[in-house]
Design a protein around this ligand. Structure first.
Ligand SMILES: [Zn+2]
Length: 165
């Protein structure tokens, strides 16, 4: 018997509400565990960053690796400390930015903001990990100095129709 083959009704409802559109959680075998570790490692790094700024660590985050479905880079349960990362996002250069984005949904229930490069509905190709980190920390109330490079990036972003992925 393997109960994981059949998600509980509660879980199916929860996933349905998230609009997961065909994603399913992968069984936690060794390979999935390795993928999940990459996300956990980012969460540890985030906790170090928060500590560096005198802020509390994140609550315990439920991390699930999912497979299949559409091209969504990640999703979260608003304010419920749970994130889902598709297998296809692991190993991408934007994994770090996606995890920060989903953590803001999951921990602070931060909504999308088309004027924010990190909380935009789409991964912003010109958002660097460094700027994503600064934006993330500001949402948590950290005082992070805006750097000249942020302003330059912002100005370069005001043109018509930047290409999103
Ligand atoms: Zn989002």
């Amino acid at each position: 018997m393997n109960k994981r083959n059949r998600p509980s009704r509660q879980r199916r409802e929860r996933l349905g509400k998230q609009g997961h559109r065909g994603h399913h959680e992968m069984k936690m075998d060794d390979s999935v565990y390795q993928l999940r570790r990459q996300v956990i490692r980012i969460i540890y790094k985030v906790n170090d960053l928060l500590a560096d700024h005198g802020l509390d660590a994140l609550p315990r985050i439920q991390v699930r690796i999912v497979d299949g479905g559409c091209g969504t880079a990640g999703f979260a349960r608003m304010g419920r400390n749970a994130v889902w990362i598709p297998k296809s996002t692991i190993g991408k250069d934007y994994l770090y930015r996606v995890v920060l984005h989903e953590l803001l949904h999951a921990v602070l229930a931060t909504e999308h903001d088309l004027n924010c490069k990190l909380m935009h509905t789409h991964v912003q190709p010109d958002l660097t990990d460094a700027e994503a980190t600064r934006i993330f920390l500001r949402y948590f109330g950290a005082e992070v100095d805006a750097r000249a490079e942020d302003i330059a990036e912002h100005l370069s972003h005001t043109g018509p129709n930047p290409s999103y992925v």
